[in-house]
Design a protein around this ligand. Sequence first.
Ligand SMILES: [Zn+2]
Length: 465
Amino acid sequence: MTLAIIGGTVVTAGGTLDADVFVAGEKIVAVIAREINTPDFGRADETIDATGKYVIPGGIDAHTHMEMPFGGTSSVDTFETGTKAAAWGGTTTIIDFAVQAKGTGLLATLDKWHEKADGNCAIDYGFHMIVSDVNEATLKEMDACIGAGVTSFKMFMAYPGVFYATDGEILLAMQQAQRSGATIMMHAENGIAIDQLVAQALGAGRTDPVYHGLTRPPELEGEATGRAITLAKVAGCPLYIVHLSAAQALEAVAEARDTGQNVFAETCPQYLYLSLEDLARPDFEGAKFVCSPPLRTKDHSATLWRGLRTNDLSVVSTDHCPFCFKEQKELGRGDFAKIPNGIPGVEHRIDLLHQGVVAGEITLARWVEVCATTPARMFGLYPRKGAIVAGADADIVIYDPTARQTLSVATHHMNVDYSAYEGMEITGKVATTISRGRVVVADGEFKGARGEGTFLPRTLNQYLV
Ligand SMILES: [Zn+2]
């Protein structure tokens, strides 16, 4: 099976090129600049005319939670529905989180997540490992996980009693990561202090969703981020701050990077586009916007866009963790602390960041870099993923930069009963999504299938020397 994508503008992290892209089987075999040569590839089995459109590497969403247990319920996108929605939005790889339960080993956890995902994904997928039970066996199994293609480990300074790890436990895991070269990912919020603020608010009868935001002040994200950076420095391991939302945290990351420490950070579209005002929507609607860290005041968003330009923020992931408003978010009526944490977004990341190009916040090349190329390098998938080059997997998105669309629960494909971006108008839309040479979305139709995605064993962080 050969495929020719002709007439488009290839956009990579390196810039733009008027070029045709040729695919054989699952791989890109040639990228040919049109001004130099236009060979006759009329023999391709299929030709797609991409005139007037961008041809970009398929998106890599390095932070998703499909079918994740949380607070007695579970995120509603399965690996099937979530990966299909991702493909609709131009994402061809997800890296999801396997979650260690206390008392369970890491490899047993990984098996459990393979059972959930294998044979069910419509696009390729990998795993990070959430470490919530630090002991000698866990530390040893971290190395075995690397052998199984899981090279990054997430820990929590938040959620005491659930995922929370003490500074000592974090240090031990970081030392293990230093020895193996693995990356430690950190949810950096001071959960011990936050729990006190939450108890005080509830004690004073402040139960509305907005207090989820007000009891998790940005200072406590900044403090935890700085502490994680210090612990990583002492241990000598690479550190990746997930879902950075606050200017104070960005400042800590930028300072560490300036000293040459291997510290990286991602942000998410919700922190770029939504704010505390959404959390304060009346009639419990704010519950739709409960995630942690919480949405911040609008001034933080401007700082985050700047961080994306300066590369102190290297990646945009979604932290896709959908809970329905009915019956799930509603568990927290009368007690904001019981609202399941998470916002759906896996389908909209490429569009929302393209909107940043339209608004002049980032360049086209940077759009591709933060959505595909850097996540591929950060998590050991490059150049198989994240690149339009000969030899790469043919994960390609043909993007129409002039199409208009309105985001809505009525049209999205995520398995959740609301959109966090309801009514938002976007310039740009995915025309075609190709996953390892197979067209999975085209002409407004889903043409892929459950089970066509394969597990991606990953190497170590490729930014490390
Ligand atoms: Zn998350």
